[in-house]
Design a protein around this ligand. Sequence first.
Ligand SMILES: *[C@@H]1O[C@H](CO)[C@@H](O)[C@H](O)[C@H]1NC(C)=O
Ligand SMILES: *[C@@H]1O[C@H](CO)[C@@H](O)[C@H](O)[C@H]1NC(C)=O
Ligand SMILES: *[C@@H]1O[C@H](CO)[C@@H](O)[C@H](O)[C@H]1NC(C)=O
Ligand SMILES: *[C@@H]1O[C@H](CO)[C@@H](O)[C@H](O)[C@H]1NC(C)=O
Ligand SMILES: *[C@@H]1O[C@H](CO)[C@@H](O)[C@H](O)[C@H]1NC(C)=O
Length: 301
Amino acid sequence: MAPHPWTLLALPLVVLLLASVSPPGADAWGKEGHIMVCKIAENYLSEKAAAAVQDLLPPSAGGELSTVCPWADQARWHYHWSSPLHYANTPEVCGFKYSRDCHNSRGQQGMCVVGAINNYTDQLYSYGHSKSSYNLTESLMFLAHFVGDVHQPLHVGYEEDEGGNTIMLHWYRRKENLHHVWDVSIIDTAIKDFYNKSMDNMVETLKMNLTDGWSDDISHWENCANKRATCANDYAIESIHLSCNYAYKDVEQNITLGDDYFFSRYPVVQKRLAQAGIRLALILNRIFDGDETDIKPVQIQ
Ligand SMILES: *[C@@H]1O[C@H](CO)[C@@H](O)[C@H](O)[C@H]1NC(C)=O
Ligand SMILES: *[C@@H]1O[C@H](CO)[C@@H](O)[C@H](O)[C@H]1NC(C)=O
Ligand SMILES: *[C@@H]1O[C@H](CO)[C@@H](O)[C@H](O)[C@H]1NC(C)=O
Ligand SMILES: *[C@@H]1O[C@H](CO)[C@@H](O)[C@H](O)[C@H]1NC(C)=O
Ligand SMILES: *[C@@H]1O[C@H](CO)[C@@H](O)[C@H](O)[C@H]1NC(C)=O
């Protein structure tokens, strides 16, 4: 078994140190965000999908998808090519266009979080059919991570400020950047203030919300509005809108963010974590349930 995530919270100093050595742009939903997304997803897997996931998970996962969901953030240290796959940037516009925005710094098309979700989804479709030339364990670990990332609004943000990484500010008393506030700090503050420092308590509440307050929204979350592109494309469009309307809104260099910002943005974070979990399960169920006729994601035109 991997160490219980709670131990991370018991070692705030270590967490702080780790956070402070991360280079700008290297963050994703913090470990906790990714673990929560995957814990929610695990709850909604079909029997076949759960079995395939068990089969693909590395032994170190102890049978739990959530333990490998932060993996891609470590992998970027040795798979340098994977760094741009965690996000997409727009030229300071509140809209995402695959052909314009999905590329790495060398202009290679598809090298962004949307292209990556499509890529690893396609790879996993070969599970159980042919001998894949890809390592499907890695495909699964990448996919689970990137579905989380595309739901973090600032992973689809402005190029100019690197998705909020160059916007320095104070989160209450602490010096941080805006990107980190959304990856980590809003979640940490909620866990500390509302959930008795337990991430699992927060996950339980999100799971309860899914059967209660959000139950009518789930079928809507599962639809993709744009039939000509993939769902990942739609998730990116949602994120850039949330970036404009919530993350960047009323924020400037050196501002101090506190209760007003926290209480108005926290509901967005809760919903994005839950949506990411539901949608990850949906994608995995479609892949592994085997009925391939009308369920394969349509490719971006
Ligand atoms: C697709 O996956 C392969 C294998 O991990 C990787 O080499 C390639 O860069 C990926 N491309 C995208 C767009 O994710
Ligand atoms: C697949 O990837 C995992 C994680 O990187 C690694 O531990 C495993 O050895 C790889 N399997 C093969 C057959 O290369
Ligand atoms: C909070 O957590 C501590 C330690 O895990 C526990 O002793 C305490 O009873 C909890 N309080 C509440 C209100 O759940
Ligand atoms: C989620 O559940 C908590 C605890 O029951 C509740 O306070 C909150 O309003 C719920 N949120 C939604 C969006 O239903
Ligand atoms: C940033 O804000 C603090 C007070 O919140 C102020 O003391 C400091 O001079 C400001 N720095 C810049 C570069 O504006």
